[in-house]
Design a protein around this ligand. Structure first.
Ligand code: UD1
Ligand code: CA
Length: 454
C-alpha cells in the first residue's frame, strides 16, 4: 500500500490567544504538529503533506522535520477545501490518511488499524463515543448500523444532536476517491464551508462501505483549542511516560512530579526523586539515583552514579559510580570518569575529570583535562578566558590543588604536583613540584589598631 498522510494545520486557533500559530504550541517540549508528524512517520508513509494557512511561514520555519510537503491554504474555507490544497502533491494510487495538527496524541497503532480498513470499496473513519458530543460532527447510521453520513453540529436536527458517536476528523480513503469527490463539495451549509465530512454521504451513495474504528482512549483524539486543553493533554502524556519508566524498572518518588521533554531511557532500579525535568536524550543506567529538583538535558549517566538535589546537567557524560551535587552545574562537554566527584556550587564546562578525581566545593573548572585522583580544593578557578581567547588547563594524575587557587590558562600542572592554597598559577608546574605564590605571612607583636578621633 502506498500511504500518504495529509495533516491539516491551517486554522488560526483564536482561543489560544497567541501570536504563534496553534500547531506550534508545545506539548512535552515539542510542537503539537511535530507529535502528529512523528506518528505519521511511524506509519512509514511515503510522503507527509502539511496544509498550512495562518502563520504558514512561521510554521514552515519552526518545523524542522525533513521531507515535509507543504501545501498552502490561503483562506480557511473548510476541511474539505484544506485537503483539496494538498491533493495535487498526492499520487493518484495512494491511500490517504487525514490527521489534524492540533490533535497531538493520536497513536500510530490506532492510525495503522484505521488505514488497514481501507480498500477499493471501503473508507475508514476514526470515531469516538462522547458523553457530551457538543460541537462535533455526528456519525449517522441506518437501521443496519451502517454509517450513512456525518452531520455537523450546526447543521443537525434535534434528533441527530442526541447521537453520541462523533467524528474525530481523522479518516482514511483512497486518493482516487478524494480526487473524484472533493471537487463536488458545496459550501451550502450553516457555516458556508467546504466540509470534508460531506464525502461520507458521497461514498455511501456509490455503495462504498464506511468502516469505523475507535481509539483505545478518548485523549488520543482530543483536539487542542485553548491552553487549558493543551495542559490537560500535557498531563496525560507525562503520566503515560512516567508509567513507561516504571514498567522499565525505575522507581519514581511521585509519577506526577517528573516531566520528560524528549527521550528518557532508564536501566533497572533507577530512582528518581520529585520535581525532576529531563530534556532531549537522557540515559540513566542501572541503579542511578536522581535527587529532587534536578534538570538533566542530553546527558548519559553510568550505573550506580548519584546526582544529589538541585543539579543542572547539560550535554554531559557521567560514567559509573560518580557523585554529583547537591547544587552542581555541569555544562556542555563535561565528562566525569568512573567514581569522580563534583560537589556543591561547582560549575564545569568542556572538562574531562579523570577517574576518582574530586572537585568538591565552590569551583569553576572549564576547558580542562584532569587526570585521575586529582583533588581540586574549594574555591579553585580555572581562568580560561582572557577576554578574547579560551585556553586550556591540564592537570596530571594525583595532583593536589590547594583551596582558592587561580589557574591562569594556558597552564600545565604535572603529576603529583602540589599547589599551595591561595596561589595564582601563571606558569607550568612540573611533576611532583610544590608551587606556592602567596606572599609570606608577617606576624607583628603588640599591634595597636587605630582609635576613633574625638
Ligand atoms: C471538524 C469536523 C467535525 C469533527 C471535528 C473534530 C468537518 C466539516 N468537521 O469540525 O465533524 O467532529 O472536526 O474536531 O470536517 N482546518 C484547516 N483549514 C480549514 C478548516 C480547518 O486546516 O479551512 C483544520 C484546522 O486547523 C483543524 C482541523 O482542520 O486542525 C479541524 O478544523 P475545525 O475548524 O476545528 O473543525 P470543526 O469545525 O471543529
Ligand atoms: Ca475543532
Amino acid at each position: 500500500m502506498n500511504l500518504e498522510v495529509i495533516i491539516l494545520a491551517a486554522g488560526q486557533g483564536t482561543r489560544m490567544r497567541s501570536n504563534f500559530p496553534k500547531v506550534l504550541h508545545k506539548l512535552a517540549g515539542k510542537p503539537m504538529l511535530s507529535h502528529v508528524i512523528s506518528a505519521a512517520n511511524k506509519l512509514q508513509a511515503s510522503s507527509i503533506h502539511v496544509v498550512v494557512g495562518h502563520g504558514a511561514e512561521t510554521v514552515k520555519q519552526e518545523i524542522t522535520e525533513e521531507d515535509i510537503q507543504w501545501a498552502l491554504q490561503a483562506e480557511q474555507l473548510g476541511t474539505g477545501h484544506a485537503v483539496a490544497q494538498a491533493m495535487p502533491g498526492v499520487s493518484a494510487d495512494a491511500t490517504v490518511l487525514i490527521c489534524y495538527g492540533d490533535v497531538p496524541l493520536v497513536k500510530d497503532d490506532t492510525l495503522t488499524k484505521l488505514v488497514n480498513q481501507v480498500d477499493e470499496n471501503a473508507m475508514a473513519l476514526l470515531t469516538v463515543n462522547l458523553d457530551d458530543p457538543t460541537g462535533y460532527g455526528r456519525i449517522v447510521r441506518n437501521e443496519k448500523d451502517e454509517v450513512t453520513s456525518i452531520v455537523e453540529q450546526k447543521d443537525a436536527s434535534a434528533e441527530i444532536l442526541t447521537i453520541k458517536e462523533v467524528n474525530t476528523g481523522i479518516l482514511a480513503v483512497s486518493a482516487k476517491k478524494l480526487n473524484q469527490w472533493l471537487p463536488q463539495l458545496s459550501s451550502e451549509n450553516a457555516q458556508g464551508e467546504y466540509y470534508l465530512t460531506d464525502i461520507i454521504a458521497m461514498a455511501v451513495k456509490e455503495g462504498m462501505i464506511v468502516q469505523t474504528h475507535q481509539p483505545e482512549s478518548e485523549w488520543e483524539v482530543q483536539g487542542v483549542n485553548n491552553r487549558q486543553q493543551l495542559s490537560e493533554l500535557e498531563r496525560v502524556f507525562q503520566t503515560q511516560q512516567a508509567n513507561k519508566l516504571m514498567e522499565n524498572g525505575a522507581t519514581l518518588a511521585d509519577p506526577a512530579r517528573v516531566d520528560i521533554r524528549g527521550e528518557l531511557t532508564v536501566g533497572k532500579d533507577v530512582f528518581i526523586d520529585i520535581n525532576c525535568l529531563f530534556i532531549g536524550d537522557v540515559t540513566l543506567a542501572d541503579n542511578v539515583v536522581i535527587g529532587p529538583n534536578c534538570v538533566i538535558e542530553s546527558t548519559s549517566i553510568g550505573q550506580g552514579s548519584i546526582i544529589k538535589a538541585n543539579c543542572v546537567l547539560e550535554d554531559a557524560v557521567i560514567k559509573s559510580r560518580c557523585d554529583v551535587g547537591p547544587y552542581a552545574r555541569l555544562r556542555p562537554g563535561t565528562m566525569l570518569s568512573d567514581t569522580a566527584k563534583v560537589g556543591n556550587f561547582v560549575e564545569t564546562k568542556k572538562t574531562n575529570v579523570g577517574e576518582g578525581s574530586k572537585i568538591n566545593h565552590l569551583s569553576y573548572v572549564g576547558d580542562s583535562e584532569l587526570g585521575s585522583n586529582v583533588n581540586i580544593g574549594a574555591g579553585t578557578i580555572t581562568c580560561n578566558y582572557d577576554g578574547v581567547n579560551k585556553s586550556k588547563t591540564i592537570i596530571g594524575d594525583d595532583a593536589f590543588i590547594g583551596s582558592n587557587t587561580a589557574l591562569v590558562a594556558p597552564v600545565n600542572v604535572g603529576k603529583k604536583a602540589t599547589i599551595g592554597a591561595g596561589s595564582t598559577i601563571t606558569s607550568d608546574v612540573a611533576e611532583e613540584q610544590l608551587s606556592v605564590t602567596r606572599t609570606k605571612q608577617q606576624n607583628i607583636d603588640g599591634w595597636k589598631r587605630p582609635t576613633k578621633k574625638q
